[in-house]
Design a protein around this ligand. Structure first.
Ligand SMILES: Cc1ncc(COP(=O)(O)OP(=O)(O)O)c(N)n1
Ligand SMILES: Cc1nc(C(=O)O)sc1CCOP(=O)(O)O
Ligand SMILES: [Mg+2]
Length: 380
């Protein structure tokens, strides 16, 4: 349908008062949905939610087309609207993203209800469609608010993270928990459980124990390779490699509130990762190390390429935090820093008795590199 044409069977003129309510609330609902969609897209990186909000916005536009558009426009009288000056103090105050979301969801729901009630006078089909949209909004909005609290908190901690430690499951659970405590005290921001020697049940139990202790210590807890175990143990996220389950499928298992990390070994993989729903990338291997053997080392040249790629993208919502990985420790951290990296992941270097000193020394060097904090968002 050409939106400029008025296809409504205009066998009657509706009062301007009714048309003004419909016109104002159609605009209000569409604007509210767009605000929420932009939040899901640019602030929260919540791709599935973004597309659900977009579909709702399009369905609303289709329903509104059932109204006599010319009558709506003729009735519009913004200058004569006594409500335009009747603003409240709270309308001008949005201190954080969560605040924007709760204001947006509330406004949109109210506008949809008005559209539905007044729409019944003009077009019953339109009112019925809006009612369905309102019901769908309840679910999507509930999820959006949860992502804001949990996912938003995780993402903002990820944005600030510099030191990422990979650990195994230890001799037993107590030993692993002690190790986590020591690393957290040394300022490590993220800890990954990477242990391919444990059976699934033991890995799951270690993952659950890690979720509890890292939650208390304020450290992010990531499970290597296993989206199922990350989801079952309520970990903060999962890390996968290029030969493992694709990020989109991992996302289906862990949901939009979890962190998903992806390994990259060349600049094409980095660009692909930035176009995916991955929340961060590992870049390596930089140097030979004791944890894993490699045939090829993209090294510091690769890190320089990634740094250039990130700084060339003006819209930082199109990049992700990047952690250099592979053989990194106190002895070579200067080279990583010179390549422009302010974040690293380490395994072998933080496995010994001096792990806390290494973590602290590495962190001090990394802090000389500014890290982009794109949203710089306060999701309190
Ligand atoms: C932070 C981080 N970066 C890279 C990796 C490596 O993942 P992957 O390529 O899947 O190799 P494995 O660790 O599974 O052997 C990682 N685990 N963490
Ligand atoms: C598991 C792993 N993945 C890498 C990659 O480049 O993807 S490097 C690596 C080993 C990390 O341990 P260490 O710090 O002991 O070298
Ligand atoms: Mg892997």
């Amino acid at each position: 349908m050409n939106p400029d044409e008025d296809h409504h069977p205009v066998d009657r003129e509706y009062p301007d008062t009714i048309m003004r309510v419909l016109d104002a609330n159609a605009n209000r609902a569409a604007e509210g949905l767009r605000t929420l969609e932009e939040t899901a897209r640019f602030v929260l990186n919540a791709h599935a939610l973004t597309s659900r909000l977009k579909t709702l916005r399009h369905d609303l536009a289709t329903a509104i087309q059932l109204l006599p558009r010319m009558q709506l426009l003729r009735a519009r009288d913004t200058a004569g609207d006594v409500g335009t000056n009747a603003t409240t103090q709270s309308e001008h105050q949005r201190s954080n993203v969560r605040h924007i979301v709760s204001a947006g969801t509330g406004r949109t729901q109210q506008a949809l209800r008005c559209l539905e009630e007044y729409g019944k006078i003009v077009d019953a089909e339109m009112a019925k469609r809006v009612e369905q949209i309102r019901y769908r909004c309840y679910d999507v909005f509930a999820e959006l608010e949860q992502v804001c609290v949990l996912g938003g908190d995780r993402l903002s901690r990820l944005q600030r993270a510099r030191v990422y430690a990979l650990i195994d499951g230890g001799e037993d659970e107590t030993a692993m928990v002690q190790r986590i405590g020591l690393l957290a005290d040394a300022g490590v921001d993220i800890i990954q459980l990477r242990d391919r020697s444990l059976d699934d049940r033991t890995l799951f139990e270690r993952a659950v124990a890690g979720t509890a202790v890292t939650g208390r210590l304020g450290v992010l807890w990531i499970i290597n390779d296993r989206a199922d175990i990350a989801a079952a143990s309520n970990a903060d996220g999962v890390h996968v490699g290029q030969e493992e389950l694709p990020v989109g499928q991992v996302r289906r298992i862990v949901g939009s509130q979890s962190i998903v990390g992806l390994s990259t070994h060349d600049i094409h993989q980095v660009r692909e990762a930035f176009a995916s729903t991955a929340d961060y990338i590992g870049c390596g291997p930089v140097f030979p190390g004791i944890t894993k053997q490699f045939e090829r080392f993209p090294g510091c040249d690769f890190l320089c390429e990634v740094s250039r790629e990130i700084s060339s993208r003006a819209d930082h919502s199109e990049t992700r935090p990047a952690f250099a990985i592979g053989g990194i420790g106190a002895s070579n951290i200067d080279q990583v820093v010179r390549a422009g990296f302010g974040r690293v992941a380490m395994s072998g270097a933080i496995a010994g008795a001096d792990s806390a000193e290494v973590a602290r020394e590495v962190r001090t060097k990394l802090e000389t590199v500014p890290i982009d904090n794109p949203a710089d968002m306060v999701i309190a």
